[in-house]
Design a protein around this ligand. Structure first.
Ligand code: SF4
Length: 345
């Protein structure tokens, strides 16, 4: 690869790059928010969330003073809620320690919750046009094919090699270069199946293309199998009031709301016995479909019951809510979306 190839890439980007809402006005706040949303989430899914989030919280000061329930609600459906919690903590830190200005140096950016190597480099290059390579999965794939990189691409060593390979070509607008590579990875040098090499600005310098070995790269060693947890979920209701619980304030899906559930598969008789033991007087119980939710390292296999009660249990610490509040006020994570949709639609 040489400077001319890099120029071809930028030219290609100006002609064919994606028109994304966060690119219209790439302030540090916009870049930060979009990059955090894009972690683990597809671009198409992020667009509407991004616009809605900014409509409610247009700048960092608004985010810093926002209530937890409000920003969690704005995030509902995106998953990985620690991302928005860290965004909020980060906004508070920027307001308290940096006078509301997101730092333009990596040392300070890395002190902000939720900002790691990649996000700091994305902010610095895209919002401040500083010379950093924002190495993400797209850049790694393009790099691996361009060079026929023959080691596992998921290692620090590979990230460093990718960084060193692209760094000399960043040019005067490093943010454009990074985004051009991201778009090339998304639109042309595709992750699954055959890349569209005939449309690629790098096809005269790509080693994998020359050898017709494009799909042999990148090399990824097999992941460990995910652990499966069997769960029983109870959608408990009494006269249009629905029971939800708040999860613990640390760990998986911290502080979000959920339907009552236990880490065990119960058949109908066992489910009835569990409900009675826990003080619920059953009017009617109905089996719901099974569903599963896949986390990064974990799968929940869920068995649901719709439970209508004869009367409210004699407990004061339960949270009974209306359908309207379930929809608009409380953040129910996507893991329970099947049950939420079952109730609401
Ligand atoms: S020529 Fe093909 S394999 Fe090589 S970088 Fe371009 S799209 Fe990817």
């Amino acid at each position: 690869m040489n400077k001319q190839n890099a120029n071809h890439l930028i030219e290609w980007f100006h002609n064919f790059g994606r028109d994304l809402p966060w690119r219209n006005n790439p302030t540090p706040y916009h870049v930060w928010l979009s990059e955090i949303m894009l972690q683990q989430t597809r671009v198409e899914a992020v667009k509407a969330y991004y616009t809605r989030f900014l409509d409610t919280l247009p700048d960092i000061a608004d985010l810093a003073k926002c209530d937890e329930d409000v920003y969690l609600k704005l995030w509902q459906g995106l998953g990985y809620y620690s991302r928005v919690r860290n965004l909020h903590k980060g906004a508070v830190k920027v307001m308290d320690e940096y006078g509301g200005v997101i730092p333009d140096n990596q040392e300070d950016l890395l002190k902000i919750p939720g900002i790691g190597q990649y996000t700091s480099k994305a902010i610095l290059s895209i919002a401040y046009q500083k010379p950093y390579v924002a190495v993400d999965g797209n850049l790694l794939r393009v790099f691996a094919r361009l060079t026929c990189y023959d080691k596992d691409i998921k290692t620090e060593e590979a990230k460093n090699a990718c960084n060193d390979f692209f760094y000399p070509f960043l040019g005067l607008r490093p943010g454009d270069f990074n985004q051009a590579l991201m778009d090339l990875g998304e639109l042309v040098c595709l992750p699954n199946g055959q890349p569209k090499c005939e449309r690629c600005p790098f096809n005269n310098c790509c080693k994998a293309y020359k050898k017709d070995k494009m799909t042999s790269y990148p090399i990824i060693t097999k992941k460990q199998k995910k652990k499966t947890i069997e769960k029983t979920v109870f959608v408990i209701h009494y006269q249009n009031q629905y029971l939800i619980d708040k999860r613990a304030d640390t760990g998986l899906l911290a502080s979000l709301y959920e339907f009552t559930n236990i880490d065990q598969k119960l058949d109908e008789d066992e489910a009835k016995a569990w409900l009675i033991q826990n003080g619920f007087a059953i009017q009617k119980i109905e089996n719901l479909h099974e569903c599963k939710h896949v986390f990064t390292h974990l799968i929940w296999q869920m068995h649901g019951y719709d439970v209508e009660l004869k009367q409210l249990p004699n407990k004061n610490d339960l949270l009974w809510v209306s359908k309207e509040d379930l929809e608009n006020k409380y953040s129910i994570p996507s893991a329970f979306s099947y049950f939420l949709k079952y109730l609401l639609f």
